[in-house]
Design a protein around this ligand. Sequence first.
Ligand SMILES: NC(=O)c1ccc[n+]([C@@H]2O[C@H](COP(=O)([O-])OP(=O)(O)OC[C@H]3O[C@@H](n4cnc5c(N)ncnc54)[C@H](OP(=O)(O)O)[C@@H]3O)[C@@H](O)[C@H]2O)c1
Length: 259
Amino acid sequence: MDLKDKVVMISGATGGMAQEIIKILTTEKSKIAIFARREEKLKEISKNITKCIYQKCDVSKFEDVKKAVDFTNEKFGRIDIAILTAGILVPFPIQTFNSKQIRESLEINFMGNVYFLEQLLPIMKKQKSGIIAVISTLPDKRGVPGWGTYGASKAALSWLLESLRAESKKRYNIDIITIKPGSVKTPMIEDFNRRGAISSENAAKLIVNGIKKGKKVIEFPLFQVLLTKITNLMPVFAYDLFPIEESKGEGFPQVEEKL
Ligand SMILES: NC(=O)c1ccc[n+]([C@@H]2O[C@H](COP(=O)([O-])OP(=O)(O)OC[C@H]3O[C@@H](n4cnc5c(N)ncnc54)[C@H](OP(=O)(O)O)[C@@H]3O)[C@@H](O)[C@H]2O)c1
């Protein structure tokens, strides 16, 4: 697929992966609409791109998402591709289990994308074409100690996207793509020193190439994909033998608990 003059909107555009995706789209001469909460950073990113519009957007706010989609559609007249990357990763120690943190992750990682889907689908249905590529995560099938809130929000997201995929394609010619990265060196994981993390440049190349090739699921890096597939097959007793501190990883906060 040629991305020249394609209208591409991106959420979480100030993020590590998104910024690299934007660089590729600029080279491909796409028309780009970028959204995130940090407006100054959006302004800076858009400065050297000829066809780039931006607007502040907090994906946890329905009205912000509606405005972002309307803004793109009004300025460019259509929306060919949405690459939805906005997300947060928050450690979730069992010692401080709380619903507030779970709600926040669900509002951003899950509902944020739900709001986009709600706004994008009618536009793309009318166009009889469109691509919605959303970043979930590679380990979206089994729980991981310490990361329950992130995993729950991404598992819900993967489930939703997979439920829509076949029907949106057959009925409306809309491609829904689930992007499942393993570890990628971005600000999101800089405190957690993940082994085997690939660069955000490589991740962006894999994402854009996957979209161009019409992949339904884009997952990487290969070693982590294989490891995850094996882990998914493990019986529960063997899965639970995995060392908890190892699952939490380096940089996971130590929590003092008073019972
Ligand atoms: N890095 C990894 O290893 C990895 C692995 C698997 C999946 N992922 C997923 O990949 C996606 C991109 O992450 P990244 O690694 O590039 O991390 P990142 O550099 O932290 O970027 C995430 C971006 O999301 C935006 N964001 C957060 N909350 C938002 C909100 N309420 N509204 C709008 N934007 C919001 C932030 O922009 P503002 O602060 O400007 O709003 C931030 O720049 C995320 O969905 C993440 O969960 C990452």
